[in-house]
Design a protein around this ligand. Structure first.
Ligand code: F3S
Length: 296
């Protein structure tokens, strides 16, 4: 079995920056992240052991008299920043600069009286954060039906942004549907390059692989998207969180294996999966050699 690991597998720039920030702050007392720093149970548990706790609600920090709240790479709404500062707590902002850029765009564009359309999942924390920087209530859509259902006054001015991890082709499709309605539209492709690169690479890798392993947290939306793309090209695609989820029997007749990982998957987890598969490949090779020797 030949194993190919996607070059783009694992932590992106924004996640690495956020995780490094938390580890740096972890020597202080009373450090909290607002929501898990990344969608990865292993990393969150490790940080817990170092005394960094997760708070999930602004109600939780109202009861704190001191401490540091770290904003994760997804970012938060303007209201949350204000609440942290008004509570007299220290704020460390690890929002990915690409997400901050979207906050600035929607703040400016909605301030100019334009209706903001966010293409993304309205339950995703990044999208909730972006919504919280709009001066007026934004519209959030993620599929064709929702795009087709948009009905606004003919002279409405619209600005469209995207969740950073949204699928690029789907984004283009939805923008096209909205464009056909004839509004005055500003389109900001705010899909992060790291996501695009990872998605393009997984598509290419899946095309030439007999099986694919996609590693990432259960709740990581960018990993789920990688899985979707890979599954389309290679039906033998497996979604795992760690090497413990591997079922070696699934890979017994595989010639070419591809491995990729979501933006919140630490390198050591990718390495462990790679090592397990390499070990299996080595065992297969030995077995083949023995067979050849036995058969003379
Ligand atoms: Fe930032 Fe892109 Fe990662 S937006 S958090 S670098 S996927």
């Amino acid at each position: 079995m030949k194993i190919n690991i996607a070059k783009s597998a694992g932590f992106c720039f924004g996640v690495k920056r956020a995780v490094d920030t938390v580890y740096k702050e972890s020597s202080k007392k009373n450090v909290y992240t607002f929501g898990p720093i990344i969608h990865n149970d292993e990393v969150v548990a490790d940080l817990e052991r170092q005394g960094v706790h997760v708070i999930n609600d602004s109600e939780d920090f109202k009861s704190l008299s001191e401490g540091t709240i770290i904003i994760r790479s997804h970012g938060v709404s303007k209201a949350i920043y204000d609440e942290i500062l008004n509570a007299g707590l220290d704020l460390v902002d690890a929002t990915c600069p690409f997400v901050r850029k979207i906050h600035r765009i929607v703040e400016r564009e909605s301030g100019d009286g334009r209706v903001i359309i966010i293409i993304g999942n309205n339950h995703h924390p990044e999208v909730e954060g972006i919504m919280g920087w709009c001066h007026t209530h934004p519209i959030v859509i993620e599929n064709r039906e929702q795009a087709e259902g948009i009905e606004l006054d003919a002279d409405t001015k619209i600005s469209i942004v995207s969740q950073t991890t949204f699928n690029y082709n789907k984004f283009q499709d939805l923008v096209e549907i909205i464009s056909e309605k004839g509004y005055d539209i500003n389109v900001f492709n705010t899909i992060c390059n790291a996501t695009e690169e990872r998605q393009t690479e997984v598509r290419e890798l899946a095309k030439k692989s007999d099986a694919m392993i996609v590693i990432g947290g259960r709740h990581s939306s960018n990993t789920q998207k990688l899985f979707e793309i890979s599954k389309k090209e290679c039906s033998n695609t497996f979604y795992i969180q760690t090497k413990n989820d591997l079922n070696m029997e699934d890979f017994s007749n595989i010639g070419m294996l591809g491995i990729t990982a979501g933006a919140s998957t630490p390198n050591n987890i990718i390495k462990e999966v790679h090592e397990s598969m390499a070990e299996m490949s080595f065992d297969q090779m030995l077995e083949e050699s023995f067979k050849t020797i036995r058969n003379g």
